[in-house]
Design a protein around this ligand. Structure first.
Ligand SMILES: N[C@H](CCC[C@H](N)C(=O)O)C(=O)O
Length: 294
């Protein structure tokens, strides 16, 4: 049996996150361990954020992101805020530079407890998202669900925040759509060779929108930070909003997204600790820490 590793069950606005402390170890969190932890209702998560020792000079930690189906994700905004809060509690530091498979990102915990993550720059080229075929205008690609002459959802914007996103604009209440039914079909549509995170978005003001997301590899979630970023930049690009937007997420609560003039997207929001335990990174066997234990 491998040595147990500490973890914290946390959430970022209802996005269920496990922060796994893999610092100082040579082993990794396996897809099998992720699938086992996701299957247990007590530890069910949307993403595991595994914190490793740094691989590159100038970075604090390497972070691997696993979805609940065991696949890897390039970005997880809500999870990154949870990592910052966990490391802040451990080290007292407020600013961090992380490396992920998608690159380097900076994050900071503010005095009021909110956490900002610089999610990097968005990409809109069809090859970058990626799409299976060329689309000159990624503000509105040809894709629809429902009857051909009366589609329920159609013409999404597509964007990469390191990971692939499609945003369907709607006028009605976002809860009126059967995202549990359409999400899996769209996530796995052949137009998305690496699958995609699927969001429906309703703009409610020039600086506000409400979204729901079907996440690649995780399904319906309480919130998806990178989708909020992808929706905000897509809304600004299509002149639905300005570059500073409050995004309401399904679990309730808001993320603030700022698309800065230097093209970086900065997401600000809370993170919440739920409980701590230890787990076996190979099998996913776990136990809860005793309440009040030192
Ligand atoms: N919940 C995450 C996104 C996970 C993305 C993942 N589902 C994928 O791209 O495979 C967030 O807050 O950004």
């Amino acid at each position: 049996m491998t040595k147990m590793a500490p973890f914290a069950k946390m959430n970022g606005l209802g996005n269920d996150i496990i922060v796994a402390d893999m610092r100082g170890r040579a082993d990794t969190v396996t897809p099998a361990a992720a699938i086992a932890l996701a299957a247990d209702p007590a530890t069910h998560f949307d993403q595991i954020m595994a914190i490793y020792d740094p691989r590159t000079n100038g970075t604090d930690n390497y972070i691997a992101i696993l979805n609940s189906d065991g696949s890897m994700a390039q970005a997880c905004g809500n999870g990154t805020r949870c990592v910052v809060q966990a490391l802040n509690a451990d080290t007292g530091r407020a600013r961090f530079t992380f490396e992920t498979i998608a690159g380097i990102l900076n994050a900071e915990q503010h005095a009021d407890g909110l956490i900002s993550v610089d999610m990097g720059t968005p990409h809109f080229e069809w090859e970058a998202i990626p799409l299976a075929e060329e689309f000159r205008d990624t503000r509105m690609i040809e894709l629809q669900v429902g009857p051909i002459d009366a589609p329920v959802l159609h013409s999404p914007s597509v964007a990469s925040m390191g990971n692939p996103h499609a945003i369907f604009w709607v006028d009605k209440d976002v809860w009126a759509y059967e995202l549990d039914k359409f999400g899996p079909l769209l996530e796995n549509h052949p137009i998305f060779p690496e699958r995609a995170n699927i969001t429906i978005a309703r703009v409610t003001a020039p600086d506000a929108m409400i979204i729901r997301t079907w996440e690649r590899g995780a399904g319906l979630t309480g919130a998806c930070g990178s989708a909020a970023c992808a929706a905000a930049v897509s809304a600004a690009r299509t002149r639905r909003t300005g570059r500073s937007v409050a995004v309401t997420v399904p679990a309730g609560g808001e993320l603030h997204i700022e698309w800065r003039d230097d093209d970086h997207v900065v997401m600000t929001g809370p993170a919440e600790w739920e409980f701590s335990g230890t787990f076996d990174p190979t099998t996913g066997a776990w136990q809860r820490d005793l309440e009040g234990a030192a």
